[in-house]
Design a protein. Structure first.
Length: 81
């Protein structure tokens, strides 16, 4: 499945290496969070409104803020490996 999404430059959309996605898929906490309705809402917001829309939402939506903070923590751990 991942192989079909890899571009000519060897990365996934957004520049993510396929290995990183495979590692992310092994993290049950991350997978569960990404499937949550709130995180789905946050991802749609980012895709449609960009960083500015996300920042505005995070000011007023505590649940969205906590989801993004948790995602940042998990991603930070993965980037340090």
């Amino acid at each position: 499945m991942v192989e079909s999404a890899v571009g000519g430059d060897g990365t996934l959309p957004g520049g993510m290496p396929p290995e990183m996605l495979m590692e992310m898929m092994q993290d049950e906490e991350l997978v569960t969070m990404l499937r949550s309705p709130k995180m789905q809402e946050v991802m749609k917001l980012v895709m449609s409104g960009g960083q500015e829309a996300l920042e505005e939402t995070l000011k007023n939506d505590r649940e969205a803020y906590e989801c993004v903070q948790k995602l940042n923590q998990i991603m930070g751990k993965m980037n340090k490996k």
